[in-house]
Design a protein around this ligand. Structure first.
Ligand code: PLP
Length: 385
């Protein structure tokens, strides 16, 4: 359906469409299926018929997988029921008892919890490293994989993925990356040396705060292990969720552009506020990760953080509560703006901040309305300080 010269804006509209199928319907419909019937026993043999059992795929899941494969330039894509499951499936497909795993200290919190509990019980040791650390000296003889997330969750440090991939590969370790912030449209993970690219499709792929889904995409040398692990663990995403993710994908490029524009408008405005110490957003000139971001990324999304001057907890609550357009809630990547205080968990190197950290997801509302909302929030903060 797509041409290799197409730009991503075009690819997202065309990828994974099954032209001519389904009576000409533009979108692959939702297939709800567990049992799929065979006309005879011969067609139950490998290669006999394209779909064999709901868990192993339907035309709906295949459309989504095909679309993602085109965007990721990967050899294999597996769909899973959540973003966290994409992280854990990618890790489990790589490690065995006795292995060592290196994980960035700014990793998504639940991924850290998985490593510190379930993975530990399975005999895999995890150690954490500062987002800007050189990983060469940290690699041990039994280091099997390096897990990155760039920019980091909550703190948004950009990491030098090509340099990390080079050091890991020389050592024989695999590189896993949670690429949820940038999506494959804004960071080409496999093109920068990542072996397993992870996406919480819950965020921008779905884009409408109504689906939990995830995927892992593997390059050629990692495809078989990923497919085997995914199959053995019985993982699948539902037909309805695949449909919603595919529908979200069609508008991903235009939404991301708007999310970035609004996040830039908000961060530029916040930068001039006396209540704000610093902004954590690599797209902003002056951010410590800006040069690397410019080198490796094609854009930024709508998620960023900022540090407030030291204020009492009650003042933070007064600021965050009472917003008209920013909801208080987990997750992000939907059309709606969100705001939350961030709680940083570090073990390798402390994250230094004197005041409270706030995370914002800039949604698709009018940027002026959002700025006015924040302005009223700062008035509440001042009253409560
Ligand atoms: C939200 C998120 C996840 C988890 O996605 P769920 O669908 O909520 O499980 C994983 N990684 C990152 C970076 C995320 O922001």
């Amino acid at each position: 359906m797509t041409d290799k010269h197409d730009r991503p804006e075009t690819t997202v509209t065309a990828a994974g469409r099954m032209s001519g199928a389904h009576f000409g319907a533009v979108n692959t419909p939702v297939y709800r299926a567990s049992t799929i019937l065979f006309p005879d026993l011969a067609s139950m043999k490998p290669g006999g018929q394209p779909y064999s059992y709901g868990r192993r795929g339907t035309p709906t899941s295949k459309s989504l997988e095909d679309a993602i494969r085109e965007l990721e330039g990967g050899a294999e894509v597996v769909l899973v029921p959540s973003g966290l499951n994409a992280c854990t499936t990618a890790i489990l497909s790589m490690v065995a008892s006795g292995d060592h795993l290196l994980v960035t200290d700014s990793v998504y919190g639940p991924t850290r919890l998985f490593c510190d509990t379930t993975l530990k019980r399975l005999g895999v040791e995890t150690s954490y490293f500062a987002p800007d650390a050189e990983i060469g000296p940290l690699l041990r003889p039994n280091t099997r994989a390096v897990f990155r997330e760039s920019p980091g969750s909550l703190t948004f440090e950009i990491q030098d993925i090509p340099a990390i991939a080079k050091a890991a590969h020389v050592h024989g370790a695999s590189v896993l990356m949670d690429n949820t912030w940038a999506t494959p449209l804004l960071f080409d993970a496999h093109g920068h040396g990542v072996d397993l690219s992870i996406q919480a499709g819950t965020k921008y792929l779905g884009g409408h705060a109504d689906v939990n889904i995830g995927y892992v995409s593997a390059n050629q040398s990692h495809a078989a292990r990923l497919r085997e692990t995914h199959g053995n663990m019985g993982l699948a995403a539902s037909g309805d969720d695949c449909f919603l993710a595919l529908r979200g994908l069609r508008t991903l490029a235009v939404r991301l552009k708007r999310h970035q524009e609004t996040a830039l408008a908000l961060t530029q405005w916040l930068r001039g506020r006396p209540e704000v110490v610093r902004i954590l957003y690599p797209a902003l000139p002056g951010d410590p990760g800006h040069a690397l971001w410019k080198r490796d990324f094609k854009g930024a999304c709508g998620l960023f953080g900022f540090e407030l001057v030291p204020v009492p907890e009650a003042a933070v609550a007064a600021f965050v509560e009472g917003m008209h357009h920013f909801g208080i809630g987990y997750s992000w990547g939907g059309f709606e703006s969100l705001i939350l205080p961030s709680h940083i968990q570090r073990t390798a190197a402390p994250f230094r901040a004197k005041g409270p950290l706030i995370r914002i997801h800039a949604g698709l509302e009018d940027p002026g309305d959002l700025i006015a909302d924040l302005d009223r929030g700062f008035a509440r903060l001042k009253d409560a300080t």
